[in-house]
Design a protein around this ligand. Structure first.
Ligand SMILES: [Zn+2]
Ligand SMILES: [Zn+2]
Length: 198
């Protein structure tokens, strides 16, 4: 049986029917419960607050792009696709601002209430469909937060800050130093200075 035509991306007509205006919730009446029903879910929605770890996170209200497909299956609704999430933070080594966009794959089954999957799964093992609504926010939040580095860096090999003057080492000339070496240590320092031959 041919699938009903799906509205093109960003169809504004559906927005008014969002429960409580929460743009992260999908009204499943638009999808249909017959297994095999499918629809693309292409939307840009604002990030809620509190998505982050200590040094990096998603700014509240930042645009999160959802490139998802919702597929009705026997047990519930399969959500799959990619999300693009802007993150900002601070380099753990030099404290410079860090900005990036995460591209994350998601695939998750949301189980219907009363489905076998729901009945045979532990409470925290499976995402559930709440009545006629499916909330995409917890899925995306968990995916993002698990991906965020605890020690983000501005570049993969950021050298951090000079311990003497606090400037970014990568911004300083290669011969930057505050050397007023105690002559007793000079010999030792030479041994630990990488040779620049070759
Ligand atoms: Zn850095
Ligand atoms: Zn310095």
């Amino acid at each position: 049986m041919p699938a009903a035509p799906t509205p093109r991306r960003g169809a504004a007509s559906t927005d008014a029917r969002r429960p409580g205006g929460d743009p992260w919730k999908v009204d499943l009446r638009e999808l249909g419960r017959r297994a095999g029903s499918m629809r693309d879910w292409e939307k840009t929605v604002p990030a809620p607050e509190g998505w982050g770890v200590e040094m990096i996170g998603v700014p509240e209200g930042a645009p999160v792009e959802l490139h998802l497909r919702l597929e009705s299956v026997m047990e519930g609704v399969l959500v799959s696709g990619e999300v693009e999430v802007p993150v900002t933070g601070q380099c753990a080594r030099c404290l410079d601002p860090v900005e990036d966009t995460l591209h994350l794959d998601v695939q998750e089954l949301y189980a219907y209430e009363g489905s076998t999957t729901e009945a045979t799964s532990e409470e925290d093992e499976v995402r559930r469909i709440d009545g006629e609504h499916l909330d995409l926010a917890p899925l995306v939040r968990d995916t993002v937060v698990l991906t965020l580095p605890l020690s983000p860096t501005c570049t993969p090999d950021c050298s951090g800050l000079c311990v003497d003057c606090g400037q970014r080492i990568d911004d300083l000339p290669a011969d930057h130093s505050h050397e007023q070496l105690d002559p007793r240590w000079a010999g030792l320092a030479d041994r630990f200075t990488p040779s620049k031959e070759n």
